[in-house]
Structure formats: structure tokens, C-alpha cells
Design a protein around this ligand. Structure first.
Ligand code: C2E
Ligand code: CA
Ligand code: CA
Length: 570
């Protein structure tokens, strides 16, 4: 590059004149030799040898089209196809009109008609062609990554957008190519080897886009972008592209991942498409074989939604967007069902998304520990609620709250819960704790310890979702629990499916063995309720009695209960 700029400033350029006509060579040479170093060749074959030898020095070739051995057309085609020789501009000498167009088409920079024009005109044409070619080399070098010869990112996006405009937003696919564990390749085999891999990928991608149309760039150290005219069968083509590149790299330690945004007709800009392709690419774990992933709009919206919920949680807590609902549990052991307790279930009234159900955010918050904040909020609310109902109706309605897996591992759990009950003047036995069965199977020792501590302090524990967590009978008998809550999925279909009914019967037997009551949740119909009653189930929770209710509505339920049943809760 530096060398080129120097040359541009004042060096005498070299020109090769190729013509089998001696007189023509001499006339041209005489016109040009004051300003240029001139050398000659009498046919294409000789010229090619000289060009190959002096390729760095030559600034221009003036080429006659009709010659023996190798004619001008053949030489011109050869030069254009050669990566190293392509930069040297060629002016053709013609005597027929049609040949001018033909030679421009196959890559001549200009033409000079025979017989020759005035020397000034010829000198001007020669000077102009050289300058243009040198400028384009300078542009080429700043636009392109030195190692791979592909565009730099900035120019890639600039040209890509221009391409979109020129082609009237023809559909284009965006693909990101990333090398798995490239830093390891560099560390293990050295940067030189790493560079040769990058170069091979660069060449392959260059070839690919020359074949399909489109553009390629090196985006980052070990990352490439390709922007290709959309093809409906890109899924079939990609494995072929990958195979082609893998074969060229020819090293089983090196694998690539491809993130693909396939144009779906939505009018996304080029940068957005590559962002999407990158999202898809990120999904792929480092793998030992090359593979690809397509960007999926629906999946992406889900991720964005999840991210929003996570980001919005703190604000939602402080702005009181979370509300606790209460679903009644009824005891069915007597003649008439009786309200026995309630489960506190959280609801999120999001200002933008409306009611978001816990099914959508609980597992999300469990993954990152945010659930602890939610749970503590619910425990506080529930305890306060028990207190309020007690004050208003004079009866104690125990409320169960969900205790997540992460809570169990919090060494302050007992004191946190005791602070809450104490603050609300409640006996610990009023706040029931639901812990899902699968938490027990995860780390049974730790959980059994925690549960024992809680029980010693007077809290009562219900094992939630029983039947789905694979507890062994052996473990169950050593478990310190106060109630078994059957997983909802066993209740669904219990009336139609004898096997399910048998299974529930067995689980109820286990509860008998452990001497704890059984709660069935998700009970929606009278038949289910009656069947469960016959099987010996003690408590029922489900839509059959009531959906989870806001506290005011639950209050009305208590009033009704007090009116209809002339007894008081303890
Ligand atoms: P879960 O603890 O098993 O709660 C029971 C779920 O079943 C609740 O869903 C309840 O609304 C629903 N349900 C009750 N009766 C019926 C019925 O008859 N039919 C059907 N189809 N469903 C019924 P919800 O409120 O959407 O909660 C889903 C899950 O989210 C809960 O399952 C629980 O694991 C979790 N969750 C809810 N609130 C909290 C909370 O405050 N903290 C924690 N850690 N988890 C919570
Ligand atoms: Ca529960
Ligand atoms: Ca449950």
C-alpha cells in the first residue's frame, strides 16, 4: 500500500506493449517513452511471461487483439482470471468497431483505435487508465481485510445497503460464520496456523459469493458475514457449503458454526438481519463438528419477553403490580365439604402485557434466584392476610405458601419465616409451607435438615406435586412432612382411566402409611371429587370449588362459610 502511494507520487511507470506488428509497436513506444518505461512483446505467450516476471512493476499493458501464438482475447481473459495479475489494467488495440465492446466486456480498461490517433490523445488515455487502476487498488486495499481479502465490516455494510437499494430490496439471506474455540487453535498451533485457517475460510467465502452473488466480510477476529441472494432451499445448500469449507480446511480440530437469518419477506434492514443471524449462531454450543442454526422469530420474541420480565421485576414489586390470590382448599372427610385453608398464588398485572400467569415467570425467576424476592413478598402478604381475616372474622384460616428450591438452601430461611409470622402475631403453624417433591430428590439431605428445623419451630410442611418427583418409598418413610399434595396430572382423567385411579389409590395408601392427610389439587368436576372422596382423599383444591381469588372475594367466601357452618375455626 505504502509502495503504491509512493509510486503514485512520481515514479516512472512501466508499460508493456504487445503487438505482432513491429511498426505499430515502435510508433506507440515512441509516443510513450518520454513519460514511461516501455517494454515490448510480439505475442500473447511472450507477454504472459513478461507480465508474470514483472507483475509488481508493470502499470499497464497495451494489447493487440490479433496475434499468432496467443491472441489478445485469450491473454486478457487469463489476466482477468488471475488474482495477482488482475490489478494490471489493459488497453486493447483494435481496428474493428465491434471488437471494442467485446474487449471492454471481458475486462479491458479502455481501447485505442488503429490507425493511431494524435499522440496527446493516446497519452491521455494511457495516463487515465493507469490512474484509475491505481486508485481502485488503493480503495480495494482500504476496503479489504489484508489477511483474507474480504471486505472490512464497514464497507461490507455500506455496499450491502447499496446492493439492497439497487436491487430494490431483493430478498437476501444473512449468515454469520464463527470458528469454534478459535483461541484454542491459536494457542495450540500458533497464530501462523490460525491465520492460514482464516485465509482458507476467506477464500472459500469469496468463491461462494462470486458464485452465488452477494458479499462477504470478516466481521471480527474469527467471525465472517455473508450476504447472499435468498434461496428457498438454503437448508439443503448449507451442508454443501459447510462441506466445501471443511474439506478445504482439512483439519478435524476445526469446526464452524453458522447462524442463519433466512429472508422471510419482513422488511428488516441488513444490520438487523445480521443481529438475528448472530443470535442464532450464539445458540450453538462449541461443537466438534460444523453445524448451523436458523434464526426463529417466535423463539426470539420469547427470549425478548423473558428478558423483559426479568428486567421489569424489581419495578413491578415496588409499584405493586404483583397481587396474591387465594385458592380455597376444602376438607371432604365429613358429610359436607368445609373450607380448611387456602393456597397463596401470585399474579402479575403487568402495565403492558396485562395479567402474566406464574407459569410464565416462576421458572424464569427460579433460574436466576429472583424467585426469592417474589416468595418473600408472597409470604409477607399471606401472613398479613391471615392476620386481617383473623381480625375481621375472628377465625384462623391457615394459608399455604410456595417455598422454592433456592429458598431451601438459604441458611436464614427459618429466621426469615419466623420474623414474618412474629411481625403479624401468628402462630408458625398458620403459615403452611409447600415444597415441591422434586426438591427433595435433588438434595435430600440438605432439604430434610431444613425441613426438620422448620418443623421443630412449629411450621407445617406440605409436599407439593407428589408423584412427579420419584421419591423412593424408603426416603418417604424418613421424611418429616405434614401433608401430601398429589400432582395435578394424576387427577386429570382419573374418572376415565382405571390405571390412574389405581395410582391415586396407591398414593393415598402411602399417605396413610406416613400418617399424613392427602390433598388433591386441580379437581375440576363433581365426579373427580366423589371418586377422590371414595379413594380416601382428605382435602380438595380446584376449580370445582373455586379458582384462585383476590383477597376481597375470598373474604366473601369466608363469610358464606361462617353463615352455613355454625362452627368456628380454632
Ligand atoms: P402449584 O403450586 O402446583 O399451584 C397450583 C396451580 O394449579 C395454580 O396455578 C392454580 O391456579 C392451578 N389450579 C388450581 N386449581 C386448578 C384446576 O382445577 N384446574 C387447573 N387446570 N388448574 C388449577 P398458577 O397459579 O398458575 O401457578 C402455577 C405454578 O406457579 C404453581 O403451581 C407454583 O408452582 C407456581 N407459583 C405460583 N405462585 C407462586 C409463588 O408465590 N411462589 C412460587 N415459588 N411459586 C408460585
Ligand atoms: Ca403449590
Ligand atoms: Ca402443585
Amino acid at each position: 500500500m505504502q509502495e503504491l502511494l509512493e509510486r503514485k507520487k512520481g515514479l516512472r511507470r512501466s508499460i508493456l506493449i504487445v503487438d505482432d506488428d513491429y511498426i505499430a509497436r515502435e510508433i506507440l513506444g515512441t509516443m510513450l517513452k518520454d513519460m514511461y518505461e516501455v517494454c515490448y512483446a510480439e505475442n500473447g505467450a511472450v507477454a504472459l511471461d513478461i507480465i508474470r516476471r514483472d507483475k509488481l512493476k508493470l502499470s499497464l499493458v497495451i494489447l493487440d487483439l490479433h496475434m499468432p501464438e496467443m491472441d489478445g482475447y485469450s491473454l486478457l481473459k487469463l489476466l482477468r482470471a488471475d488474482n495477482e495479475l488482475r490489478r494490471i489494467p489493459v488497453i486493447v488495440l483494435t481496428s474493428e468497431k465491434g471488437a471494442e465492446v467485446e474487449s471492454l466486456k471481458i475486462g479491458a480498461a479502455d481501447f485505442i483505435a488503429k490507425p493511431f490517433d494524435m499522440p496527446e490523445v493516446i497519452c491521455a488515455r494511457v495516463g487515465h487508465s493507469i490512474e484509475l487502476a491505481e486508485d481502485s487498488v488503493i480503495i480495494h486495499e482500504t476496503e479489504r481485510d489484508e489477511l483474507t481479502g474480504l471486505f472490512h465490516k464497514e464497507f461490507f455494510f455500506q455496499y450491502g445497503k447499496r446492493l439492497d437499494e439497487l436491487n430494490n430490496n431483493m430478498p437476501m439471506d444473512a449468515i454469520i460464520v464463527d470458528i469454534n474455540r478459535f483461541h484454542v487453535v491459536n494457542e495450540l498451533y500458533g497464530r501462523g496456523y490460525g491465520n492460514s485457517v482464516l485465509k482458507t475460510i476467506g477464500e472459500s467465502l469469496h468463491e461462494l459469493v462470486s458464485r452465488t452473488g452477494g458479499l462477504a466480510c470478516r466481521r471480527d477476529n474469527d467471525q465472517f458475514c455473508i450476504y447472499l441472494p435468498h434461496s428457498d432451499d438454503i437448508r439443503d445448500k448449507l451442508p454443501l457449503y459447510i462441506k466445501m469449507i471443511d474439506e478445504r480446511i482439512n483439519d478435524s480440530n476445526i469446526s464452524l458454526r453458522f447462524g442463519v437469518y433466512s429472508d422471510d419477506g419482513s422488511e428488516n434492514g441488513m444490520e438487523h438481519r445480521f443481529d438475528c443471524a448472530w443470535l442464532a449462531c450464539r445458540k450453538l454450543r462449541n461443537s466438534y463438528v460444523s453445524c448451523f442454526e436458523f434464526y426463529n422469530d417466535e423463539q426470539h420474541s420469547k427470549e425478548l419477553y423473558a428478558e423483559r420480565l426479568i428486567n421489569d421485576m424489581d419495578k413491578a414489586l415496588s409499584e405493586k403490580q404483583f397481587k396474591v390470590y387465594y385458592q380455597p382448599k376444602y376438607s371432604i372427610t365429613g358429610d359436607k365439604p368445609r373450607l380448611s385453608s387456602a393456597e397463596a398464588l401470585i399474579r402479575w398485572f403487568h402495565p403492558e402485557f396485562g395479567m402474566v400467569s406464574p407459569g410464565q415467570f416462576i421458572s424464569l425467576f427460579e433460574e436466576n434466584g429472583l424467585i426469592q424476592k417474589i416468595d418473600r413478598f408472597v409470604w409477607n402478604e399471606a401472613a398479613e392476610q391471615i392476620r386481617q381475616w383473623k381480625d375481621k372474622y375472628g377465625i384462623n384460616i391457615p394459608v399455604s405458601v410456595n417455598v422454592s428450591r433456592v429458598d431451601v438452601f438459604n441458611s436464614h430461611l427459618v429466621s426469615i419465616l419466623e420474623n414474618i409470622t412474629e411481625l403479624n402475631g401468628l402462630d408458625n403453624s398458620r403459615l403452611l409451607l409447600e415444597i415441591t417433591e422434586s426438591a427433595y430428590t435433588d438434595d435430600s439431605e440438605q432439604i430434610i435438615e431444613t425441613v426438620k428445623k422448620l418443623r421443630r419451630r412449629g411450621f407445617r410442611i406440605e409436599m407439593d406435586d407428589f408423584g412427579s418427583g420419584y421419591s423412593s418409598l424408603n426416603m418417604l418413610t424418613s421424611l418429616p412432612i405434614d401433608a401430601l399434595k398429589l400432582d395435578m396430572k394424576f387427577i386429570r382423567g382419573i374418572c376415565e382411566n382405571q390405571k390412574k385411579a389405581r395410582l391415586v389409590g396407591i398414593m393415598i395408601d402411602i399417605a396413610r402409611l406416613l400418617q399424613v392427610p392427602v390433598i388433591a389439587e386441580g379437581v375440576e368436576t363433581k365426579e373427580q371429587m366423589e371418586m377422590l372422596k371414595n379413594l380416601g382423599c382428605d382435602i380438595i383444591q380446584g376449580y370445582y370449588f373455586s379458582k384462585p381469588l383476590p383477597p376481597e372475594e375470598f373474604g366473601a367466601l369466608i363469610e358464606k362459610e361462617i353463615k352455613e357452618n355454625d362452627y368456628a375455626y380454632n
